[in-house]
Structure formats: structure tokens, C-alpha cells
Design a protein around this ligand. Structure first.
Ligand code: ADP
Ligand code: ZN
Length: 763
């Protein structure tokens, strides 16, 4: 990714006189292709395009022996001496104004290095598709005089045309203005005295919404902040007023008033005529947060995932024009082109959705920190359960932590009861133990509502033969079919394959296939059967497929049209329903034993978060956690509302193993239809890594290469998956090592592989 100029001459090298004479001055554009060649390339900017080629615009360049025209991002323009080897010329400019600011170009370059992605791929990722659309061109191009010295004296007709084409003009306009024939113009194009310059059509611009300068409208703004809120707000306002960067972490239990602090910090930001970006884990799962920003402020752009490319483009332009005060959105909203950024907020900063799962595999928290630092603005990270990475930065004194230990309005955190599933007294026919059932009954009798979390969708997690033990598995994946009702469908949660499950075992023919394990569908059935007359609804990706279904279900729950809401982790986030008196975690262990070093952190976060939904109103509430390992620190801490206790127990473990936040990880995942090919290629990567480690002058003992091994999900969509990992204390050092190790690798045709720097997904 480093940018090398092919013909850089040393200052002290005195070339022969004729070379000096020959040296020509010119303008050179450095461009990055969105795909294909990774290295930035230099092109000559012809005089006709001199003003038009700018960093941040896309340009059209000829590539390869065939000079195929490609769209590329111009990342730098410089004037100076041209190299000895002739450069090809930029042939057109796509954009009228830059799509990317200097700062965005710097950011994307940094991202490419930080997450080992191609620069071009990062550039594509930060621009919404609607913005990247190629403008529609009419068949008539604009022509412009190239300014090249003609080999022969031009005819008077030709001279007239060249003079008229000093600035870009259509061929039609040229004939009209000069009376020259079409043939004269074509001839000039052929000999290189005229060339195409950009397009004659302009994209249709939508007039921007009238959103600027509207005063903030207050709705639920409380008269007074709690003392902890005031302290947190001051911690944000201080750098905000001083125009300097600082990262402030709001570590506050659910309901402690973090969102109110964000709102007032944003209010102050707007009062200075600045803009704010607020990131949430997922728009559709946080409707209440978005509503509160909309209700409080006049000009809010909510970047939904179901905007059309055209809508997205329009919003992007309004933000870029400074007409939007607040931008609320998921991960990619961090790239909103705010010209007057004043504040960045990340709510629920521990959520894994802030890391992109496809290339470029960036983490929005790190990107936000880079931007906030570059712009000199505060970054606010809020969570009831900060990521250990975040916690550690605070412990090291780099980031400032503000605690909001209690709920505002004096409501108490709900008592948590752990139910030990190993205890015979906890035996039950379904997934609901007698004690959880008693809790549900208690809440319903008191006129309250109930939320039940089970992080597995479908009816049963597997279908097994009672006679021979055979489990029905997806033919394309190393994953058991999940049973979905109605219709006894087996659905693979890896690839989505749907199959009708047979009535007898395909292995031993016994008619004894039985569902194993409970999913949300089955839980819903059990709840309906156990609590007749109550209104039950389910919220998981199966029931929430249609647009607006989240909002409908949540509205119905808020309006008390639903008594019991059963759901996956979808129900754990950002919801504030005062009538919820009982939250039940049906199986706290479901995520505890995954092959992922973050499993206990996730479990503690999930149980803490969902538990926090209970008892927000005057009636109080309880939480019941069903678990086979009540003694596990993650469960114990969540039950005690003491996330910090978990942090204290977990950090030393991470430190001993050099896991994040004490070290960095680079993960390699190799996929192939041929298992041996996948294993071999993972082996090749590991060999290269080991060689590089062995060649290190020092520190090699601190670096570990793990693997190759089959990935926890060993086959997905008919591809075998192998993985390897590189661990070490310093991320930059690891990435350099990987670059050296993989520089000359020639990937075989039948394998595909990815590099994931600081992965959050280990399956
Ligand atoms: P969090 O984001 O930490 O979950 P919120 O900001 O949503 O907390 O606050 C929880 C509830 O308390 C919300 O209904 C909010 O309107 C209310 N609230 C927040 N701050 C105050 C305050 N200072 N006085 C009264 N009510 C408040
Ligand atoms: Zn599958």
C-alpha cells in the first residue's frame, strides 16, 4: 500500500546534460483503483483537465496494454518533473466536485493500513452506493482542446474550432459556433488536438430540505440533571468548548440517564453551529433512541438501512452542505461528510455490530477516535457494559470514564435470581423452570409485563433420532438443521437452506426423529400453553422480516396489547418499557461456551443488558436467570449488577493470554470447496508466518502463531473452512509481519482467504 514513484531520482545524482534538457514539468495525478491493482498509480494530467482533476474526485484512466478505461479515485495531485518513462494520461473526470475531503482520504489510507484492506476497497466502503453511481452520460461528449503543439499548421477552420474548444463544449455547439463540419472535428480528435472532457449531462439535483437554522425543539427535556449526569455532561462540554479532542466513556447502568446526557451535549454542539454524529448499533433495534433525537432537534438525518440509493445520496449531500445538525445512524454513519463536526457519540459502544463483518473489516469505534482526534472534537462512548478494550483504555488513563451508577428518578435496579438448571428442583417439562414460571405469574398478577430472552430462533435447535442418535445436518454446512414450525422445516442457520425434514431417520430408518433444544418458537408455544389468556408475541429475525414489523411489535408492547414478549437478543437493546416487571433469561449459558475468547464478556453483557429492561417503572421488577453455571463470573457479575466485578476477573485472564485488550489478533480464514486445498493453504500461510517470526531480531518470543486448524464452523455453503491466528502485543508489528509473510503469495485458484485484524467473530 506504500506509494512508490517508479522513477524518483536522487537529488545528488547528476544526470547527463541532455537528460536535464529533456526534463519536462507537468501535473501528475496519483489514483487508486477500486479493485484489481492495489498500488496507487501515477498518471499525467493533460492541460485540458488541469483544473478539473482534484484529489477526492473520480477520474477515468486507461489501464493495461489494451488501455481499457477504468474509473479510479484521485488521491493526490502534484506538479513537478515528469519521470523518464512516459506516463499515460487521465482521459476524463467523473465528478464535478470532490466526493472525499483531504481528511477522508487520509482516514481511508489509515484504515487500509489498520485493517489490512485495500485502499480502493475502503474508498468504496465510505461512500454510499448512491453517491458512487456513475452519472448518466448522453451520447454526446464534451470536447476540449488538448493544447498539444500541432505537428502541422492547422487550417483556418481547424484553428477556429480549437479556439472555440478552449473550454469544454459539445460537438454540436462547436459546429454551430464555427461553421466547421463534423469531419473537421473528428479529424482534430483523431490527431489528438481535441479530446473528450467529462460529460455534458449534469445529475439532477434535489433541492435540499429546509432544515438549517431551525431552533431545537424540546420535548421531554428534564428540568434538572442528576449529579452524575451533570458531571458526565461537564466532562464532555469541557473539551467541546475548548475545541479539543478527548474520549469520554459514560459507564452507566441502563436507565441512568446516558441518553439524556448525549442529548444535552448535542444541544450545546448545535448551539455553536456545529454538527454531531450519533452512532447506534442498529437503527431498527433502537427506534426509541432515534425518536428521542428527532423529537428534541429540528434537523436530524436518520441513516436507515432501507433508504434507496437516491435517498441516501440526497441525505449525503445535505449533510455535506452543512444543512443537517445531527446524523443518527449505524456503523457507516461515521463516514457522514459533516463539514463542521463538533461531537461524536457512540451508544452501546460494546456492541459487535460496530465491527464490519466484510472487507474492509473496520471497527467504527477506532474510526470514530481517529476522526475525533483529527477534528479536535470530543468522542463520547456510552454503555452499561463497556467493552474490555474500552475499559482498559480508561484504566490506562487514556480515556476518561464517568460513572452513572444509579438509575435516574430513584428506581432501583431489579433483584436478580439465578436458577441452577442442574438442581433437580429446577426440573421442568419445557424450558421454563417452576421458579421462572412463578416469576412470570407474579408479574402478570401485579399488572406488569414480561420479557423472555432466548438467544436461539426456530422451534428446536436440532432434530435427532432417538434410536441411533443421528442428527439431521445441512448437506452444505457443518451445522445441524434447526427445526422451524409449521411444516417441520429444517432450516440451516449457516446458509439458509430450507428442507422438509423426513418422518423417519435417514440413517437407521427408525420413525423416531425428535426435536432437541428449545428455540423462541417452541418457547412461545410453551408460554401460550402455560399462561392461557395472556397475549404473547415473539420478536426474532423470523417474525421481523417485513419492514416496520419491529416498530409495530414494540408499539403494541408499549400500548400494553402484549403481556409477554419472547425474543432473541433483539429485545435486549435500548428499550425502555416502564411496565416490564419481569425479565427472564431462559438459557444464559447458550453463548457462554462458544469457541470464542469473548464468550463470557458477551454473555455478561447480554444478561446485564436484558436484565436492565426490568423494573424501570414505579412497580419495580425482577430478573430470573436460568443457568447451568451460576458460579461463572460472567453470570455472577450480571446477577449482582456488578459488571465491573466481571471486568476485574476477566482482565487478568486476557492479560495472561495476551488477548485483546493486551494484545492484537490477526485471523486468517481460508475457504475452499476442496478440504485438502483449504488445509494446505492455511498451512502455507502459517509456514510463512512462522518463518517471519523466526527471522525477527527481537520480540519473537512474544508472538504466537496458532493453527492451522478447521474453523469452529468447519464447513459453510459447501466450502471447507480452515483458520489460523497470529497473536502479539503490538498490532502494528503483527501487520508488518503479515505483510512481509504474504507479499509474494500466489493464491491458488480454488481457495479464497481473508485477513481479519482484531476480529470480533471467531467462528
Ligand atoms: P439510559 O440511556 O442510561 O438508559 P435515559 O437517558 O434513557 O437512560 O434515561 C432513562 C429515563 O429517565 C428516560 O425516560 C429519561 O427521559 C429519564 N431521565 C433522564 N434524565 C432525567 C432527569 N435528569 N430527570 C428526570 N428524568 C430523566
Ligand atoms: Zn447450510
Amino acid at each position: 500500500m506504500s506509494h512508490q514513484h517508479t522513477s524518483q531520482r536522487s537529488l545528488f545524482e547528476s544526470g547527463p546534460q541532455w537528460a536535464e534538457d529533456d526534463a519536462r514539468q507537468g501535473i501528475i495525478a496519483t489514483v487508486v483503483l477500486p479493485d484489481g491493482i492495489e498500488k496507487p498509480l501515477d498518471y499525467l494530467v493533460p492541460a485540458a483537465l488541469a483544473g478539473a482533476v482534484e484529489p477526492g474526485k473520480r477520474v477515468i484512466v486507461p489501464l493495461g496494454r489494451g488501455n481499457r478505461e477504468r474509473l479510479a479515485y484521485c488521491v493526490a495531485v502534484r506538479s513537478g518533473e515528469l519521470p523518464q518513462t512516459p506516463l499515460k494520461s487521465v482521459v476524463g473526470v467523473e465528478d464535478e466536485s470532490p466526493l472525499l475531503s483531504r481528511r477522508m482520504l487520509d482516514l481511508t489510507k489509515w484504515m487500509a493500513d489498520r485493517w489490512m484492506a485495500r485502499w480502493g476497497e475502503v474508498l468504496e466502503a465510505v461512500l454510499p452506493a448512491g453517491v458512487r453511481f456513475r452519472r448518466k452520460r448522453r451520447a454526446v461528449p464534451l470536447l476540449v482542446a488538448t493544447g498539444t503543439e500541432p505537428a502541422r499548421k492547422p487550417t483556418p477552420a481547424q484553428a477556429k474550432v480549437l479556439a472555440a474548444a478552449a473550454t469544454p463544449v459539445t460537438a454540436d455547439a462547436l459546429t454551430e459556433a464555427t461553421g466547421a463540419s463534423r469531419a473537421v472535428i473528428m479529424r482534430l480528435v483523431k490527431v489528438g488536438l481535441l479530446c473528450e472532457a467529462g460529460s455534458a449531462t449534469r445529475p439532477h439535483g434535489r433541492p435540499p430540505a429546509d432544515a438549517v437554522g431551525r431552533p431545537p425543539i424540546s420535548h421531554d427535556r428534564p428540568a434538572e440533571l442528576a449529579p452524575a449526569q451533570t458531571a458526565a455532561l461537564e466532562a464532555i462540554l469541557e473539551p467541546l468548548r475548548g475545541g479539543r479532542h478527548e474520549t469520554v466513556v459514560l459507564f452507566g447502568v441502563t436507565g441512568s440517564g446516558k441518553t439524556e446526557v448525549y442529548l444535552q451535549a448535542v444541544e450545546e454542539t448545535l448551539s455553536y453551529g456545529k454538527q454531531a454524529i450519533v452512532l447506534v448499533p442498529e437503527i431498527s433495534l433502537t427506534p426509541q433512541t432515534c425518536d428521542r433525537f428527532r423529537a428534541r432537534f429540528g434537523s436530524v438525518a436518520v441513516l436507515h438501512s432501507h433508504l434507496t440509493p437516491a435517498e441516501r445520496h440526497a441525505q449525503w449531500r445535505e449533510i455535506a452542505a452543512g444543512q443537517v445538525g445531527v446524523v443518527v445512524g449505524a456503523r457507516s454513519a461515521i463516514f457522514a461528510p459533516t463539514p463542521r463536526l463538533g461531537l461524536i457519540v457512540i451508544d452501546e459502544e460494546h456492541e459487535t455490530t460496530f465491527k464490519q463483518a466484510t472487507a474492509p473489516r473496520y471497527h467504527a469505534r477506532d474510526v470514530a477516535e481517529w476522526i475525533a482526534r483529527a477534528e479536535g472534537v470530543p468522542l463520547v462512548l456510552g454503555s452499561a457494559t463497556p467493552a474490555l478494550e474500552t475499559f482498559q483504555r480508561c484504566l490506562r488513563g487514556e480515556w476518561r470514564m464517568c460513572r452513572l451508577p444509579g438509575r435516574v428518578g430513584g428506581s432501583q435496579l431489579p433483584p436478580v435470581l439465578s436458577v441452577d438448571l442442574r438442581d433437580p428442583a429446577s426440573r421442568s417439562r419445557g424450558a421454563v423452570t417452576p421458579r421462572l414460571a412463578a416469576g412470570i405469574r407474579w408479574a402478570l398478577d401485579a399488572g406488569g409485563q414480561v420479557m423472555l430472552l432466548l438467544n436461539r430462533r426456530g422451534f428446536a435447535t436440532a432434530v435427532q433420532c432417538r434410536a441411533c442418535g443421528h442428527t439431521m445436518r445441512c448437506p452444505q454446512c457443518d451445522i445441524a438443521f434447526t427445526l422451524h414450525q409449521p411444516g417441520s422445516r429444517g432450516i440451516c442457520h449457516g446458509c439458509g437452506l430450507v428442507t422438509r425434514l423426513p418422518s423417519s431417520c435417514p440413517s437407521c430408518s427408525a420413525p423416531n426423529l425428535v426435536p432437541r433444544g428449545t428455540g423462541t418458537q417452541r418457547l412461545e408455544d410453551q408460554i401460550r400453553a402455560s399462561f392461557p389468556g395472556t397475549r404473547v408475541a415473539r420478536m426474532d429475525t423470523d417474525t421481523m422480516r417485513s419492514r416496520g414489523s419491529h416498530e409495530r411489535t414494540l408499539d403494541a408492547f408499549r400500548n400494553r396489547e402484549i403481556d409477554i414478549l419472547v425474543g432473541t437478543q433483539m429485545i435486549a437493546k435500548g428499550l425502555d418499557f416502564p411496565a416490564v416487571m419481569l425479565v427472564g433469561v431462559v438459557n444464559a449459558d447458550a453463548s457462554l461456551h462458544l469457541a470464542d475468547f469473548r464468550a463470557s464478556e458477551r454473555t455478561c453483557q447480554l444478561v446485564t443488558q436484558v436484565g436492565g429492561r426490568s423494573g424501570r417503572g414505579p412497580l419495580g421488577g425482577r430478573v430470573v436467570v436460568q443457568t447451568s453455571t451460576p458460579e461463572h463470573p460472567a453470570i455472577r457479575a450480571a446477577a449482582a449488577h456488578d459488571y465491573e466485578a466481571f471486568v476485574r476477573s476477566e482482565l487478568p485472564i486476557r492479560e495472561a493470554l495476551l488477548y485483546p485488550p493486551f494484545g492484537s489478533i490477526v485471523r486468517f480464514v481460508v475457504r475452499s470447496i476442496d478440504e485438502q486445498a483449504a488445509a494446505n493453504w492455511a498451512g502455507t500461510i502459517v509456514d510463512r508466518l512462522r518463518k517471519e517470526v523466526a527471522a525477527m531480531p527481537h520480540d519473537s518470543d512474544k508472538i504466537r502463531v496458532l493453527g492451522p486448524a478447521p474453523a469452529p464452523i468447519a464447513r459453510l455453503r459447501d466450502r471447507f473452512r480452515w483458520h489460523a491466528q497470529l497473536h502479539g502485543p503490538d498490532g502494528g508489528q503483527l501487520r508488518d509481519l503479515v505483510r512481509r509473510a504474504t507479499a509474494t503469495l500466489q493464491t491458488p485458484d480454488n481457495v479464497a482467504w481473508i485477513i481479519d485484524v482484531d476480529p470480533v467473530e471467531m467462528l
